[in-house]
Design a protein around this ligand. Sequence first.
Ligand SMILES: [Zn+2]
Length: 448
Amino acid sequence: MSSNAPEIVAVTEVHPLPDGEVRLLGAVRQVTGAMTRVDTGGRRILVDCGVAQGREQMEFPEAARDAEALVLTHGHLDHIGNVPTLLERGWDGPIYGTQATLEIASLSLEDSLGMQGASERESERLLARFRKLAHAVPYGERVPLFDLGLTLHEAGHILGSASAEIVSDASRVILSGDIGRPDSPILRDPNTVWSPGRPVDVVVMESTYGAREHAHSHDDIERDLEAVLKQAIADKAKVLVPAFAIGRTQTLLYFLDALVEARRIPEVPVMIDTPMGLAVTKTYKRFRRLFDKESLAKLARGDDPLDFADLFAVERGRDSRKLRDVEGPMVIIAGSGMCTGGRIVGHLREGLPSARTTVLFVGYQAEGTPGRRIQEAAKRGGKVRVDGEEVVVRARVATLRGLSAHADRKELHAWLGSIPGVRRVALHHGDVEAQTAFASWASGPRSA
Ligand SMILES: [Zn+2]
């Protein structure tokens, strides 16, 4: 280990700066609820304003209300879900993010306000204020943030995602946001080109997979998806895919498009049965200028990577219910990703008792969620409670691995290594085990 290697610090709230401090207000010992205050150059900047999700919890930190501006790294709720709480009592500072992030955030907040039972009027009033305070920042351009400088760099996690760099006269801070995997479908790779010169006092860095390495390649994913679909089509089965609307749905469409265009699977109708997923997919298409080279090349050849002949949009709830009476084979993509709500629940209640159903999980199912219970019931053959009803699981249950939108520990380490002159790394956005494992692995001698 060289003497100028950064100090990597896990599960710690406060990190000093030459002219202030970085304070983690959320996601200190857990994955969700990202919220960090950067006090520098006499200013107080909040980066992300997320909610805790699943079994994780947090209280809204009062120190957030004191911030003079808010920077959003991307539109996932664990980074923006507390924006309404911030705005409720009249907070009216500027909100910065890439244009795509501000649009996805707006969709995502609208959806979550609706789920929490806010009236349409309340919801619209809040969103109007959000849009009024929002300032779009282009990637890679240093813009003034009061008398500080703010630069948003590509993070490759979902459309619009960014790492934030904040510079004062005396300090330089980089906040990773969520970092995607290099070579992810559709998205450009996370930025690894930084301006040299000033050392970086603190890097705040996510560590979701700080203790893991992903083993699956694109080819593995395509092959696994192909096998599940071929079997289901041969059985005339319905394939139910619980998928999150932002990011995962579009990644899945990309892989389906690749299989369809290469004629590796027989023709089968694919239904996007999620209004939120449809809206976000439209946003992806509108911002296609942000796609990676591979997807831009597909577009140039006339192949939209998020569209194919047998893809159908299911907007209305009654059309969704109608699908339950239609015979397979077909693929239905619906939210939510862990089956905690949304249209997938009705499809599961109907489909789980039938051997002519395949449930295809495309993401991690957290403990205690219906998704996890379905995976477990499929192994031991049993019943599961869905939407208040006990149903027998006779369906085939498969899990597609390798679709993570988060860098693994090697990829995190490579990203960190691309930043010159880092003095201190503040880990967050990972459970305690992942943070401590990453800190010791990245500080110690490593093979490869
Ligand atoms: Zn995220």
